[in-house]
Ligand binder design. Sequence first.
Ligand code: ATP
Length: 474
Amino acid sequence: MEQTQKKVIVSLKDIFVRFDGEVILNHINLDIHEKEFVTILGPSGCGKTTTLRIIGGFVEPESGDVIFDGERINGLPPHKRHVNTVFQKYSLFPHLNVYDNVAFGLKLKKLPKDEIKKKVTKMLATVDLKGYEKRSIQKLSGGQQQRVAIARALVCDPDIILLDEPLGALDLKLRKSMQLELKEIQQQTEKTFIYVTHDQEEALTMSDRVVVMNNGVIEQTGTPEEVYNEPVNAFVADFIGEANILNGTMIDDCRIRILGKELECVDKGFGKNTPVDVVIRPEDIIIVPEENGQLIGTVESVTFKGVHYEMSIRVGKCEILVHSTRSAEPGKTVGMRVIPFNIQIMNKLLPIEDNTIETTVSYSSPDDNSFEFELEDETVTVEGHCYPEGSRLKIHLPFDALSIAGEGEGDLKDVYIESVVYKGEHNEIILESDSRKWLMLSDTDEQVATYVPLWFDFSKAVFEVLDSPETEEG
Ligand code: ATP
């Protein structure tokens, strides 16, 4: 009987990996089906390669199960798994010709010569290298070497091919044509391809399904259309394609307020007056005469991009990106419309109103009008305010009271940048320190997955006394 649902060939169940005490994969779950082209996509350092290496058997998880065809294969060495890997630096043998490189694995398996010849010839035809058998590896172009590496991985007939940024070293044009070729090879051979890249366009072009990772977790899994059209959060929306990501308020079901205007949308179930992230793709904004606009803005710049014009339109302090086949003059005031279906509503990545610190004053200096408190093994000094030692405080720090300090400075010395999302006006940055997360606004671009020192501007803070020793005594 014809099966409509493809069989799950490999499953990762609750995989947890730590390197040097640092969490690299945080309880990830993933099912990959037979004959599927799955791409693991995410920024550098998010754990893509580690996920691939778990499947290949090169890394053992601290906990969680790797299931292959219904059987748990934790601990099984790589060569006993039905998996082959194509690396970015193809690891071909430079002293062997094309034929011998592809035949290498089959010779190790001690297959009869005729059979090896049949298999290698067929595989070289599949990767479009017929006639190159005797050519030295060093006399091949990057793209041809790539195809040899793929042929070598495929010829041993594994169920799964793992590809770790295999096109990373090629120039843009070659990469584009190899993307299509790879997809064709996958369809022709009917193997499961698990592909790792940080290039979103590559992922959308080739994959049946895209797995979007960030900071050791899977943010979303879906078809290219699903992750593009229905991103689950601002991180995915920002990472996949170009997007206007705006702060909004869900007034009620199907009613959203953005940039001071109320618009109709199709989403429900967010509650009333809930702060949300709103995504509008540049190609979904229609330029109309000012009087017909739901939003009104001033054209700041126009760039011709071949198929469309890319326009930056300012609405108040916010910059909106528009892709339109019709151009508008810089300086002109225009109207913009978006149909309700094209307004995507998402929960905020970090649903907080400010960065609140609840703490106890550890040292008080009335003479200097300052006090100290302990925060994650650091002593933080607050100037311009003084509370008695032992006071319990709630300190409300607005998002713009946080900034990245110079090297060796700062109130917290080593804070991890988890995500950076441009919100039309500034970047919204989520940071993670030892015990919690922080949200910061910044005009500069910061690199995700790096560690920075963090500085608090307490002149912007609001202090709330929860419990004061003097009050108790008095
Ligand atoms: P890239 O796109 O840069 O290759 P990635 O998403 O594939 O990144 P991984 O290679 O999985 O990321 O690495 C995730 C994190 O784990 C990184 O911070 C990396 O430095 C760290 N890491 C990877 N392998 C090891 C290891 N063997 N020992 C210690 N840390 C490691």
